[in-house]
Design a protein around this ligand. Structure first.
Ligand code: 5GP
Ligand code: MG
Length: 176
């Protein structure tokens, strides 16, 4: 694996994202809706840099790829708070095609929040299939498969403190 973003680079990017949120929301209360499980580590680091009142709500989005459910997103709201009339930030690990963010946002809009913006750790360059952009992006990265700092490969590597590129040889090793 090749390290793409070191621990200190990640902290610098997250500090800058937190500074942007503090500037834009001042002391207004925020509800952060984190898409599990990939945004778990980002969530923990980001909220400790915020100084407005913060509520945390979790949502799970899993896509069934292949078969009859190709590309269909299943959204589980078991740990959602009431967001009616609240300023919300939807937090995800990575914006790739953008479909997850668009579909989850549409689903949350039905709950009538006062506002909803999106924040992601990573944005893959040139991959977007939607006409919206995430509002807050810590890092833009090339189109490679990455793991660590919350991101997984077959449920592993989320605990790496850095973000690394999985190369073809790494994928072969994990399979053997
Ligand atoms: P999108 O709907 O924007 O295409 O995809 C977003 C989701 O795909 C992310 O929440 C993440 O779960 C997954 N994903 C996309 N690219 C990567 C990647 O490079 N590494 C990992 N681990 N997951 C990715
Ligand atoms: Mg995800």
């Amino acid at each position: 694996m090749r390290i793409l973003l070191s621990e200190s680079q990640l902290q610098t990017g997250i500090q800058s994202m937190a500074a942007d949120l503090r500037r834009d929301y001042q002391k207004r209360p925020l509800t952060i809706i984190a898409i599990m499980t990939g945004s778990l580590v980002l969530l923990a680091d980001l909220i400790r840099l915020l100084d407005m009142p913060v509520r945390i709500s979790l949502i799970q989005a899993s896509s069934y790829r292949g078969g009859t459910h190709s590309g269909e997103l299943h959204i589980s709201q078991a740990m959602m708070l009431d967001i009616e009339g609240r300023d919300c930030i939807l937090l995800d690990d990575i914006f790739d095609t953008g479909k997850t963010l668009v579909e989850v946002t549409a689903c949350l809009e039905r709950l009538r929040p006062a506002s909803i913006k999106s924040a992601v750790l990573l944005r893959k360059e040139g991959q977007s299939r939607v006409d919206v952009e995430p509002d807050y992006v810590a890092f833009s990265i090339p189109n490679e498969f990455v793991v660590g700092y919350g991101l997984d490969y077959q449920d592993h590597y989320r605990n790496l403190p850095y973000v690394a590129v999985m190369e073809d040889s790494d994928l072969e090793e994990s399979e053997s």
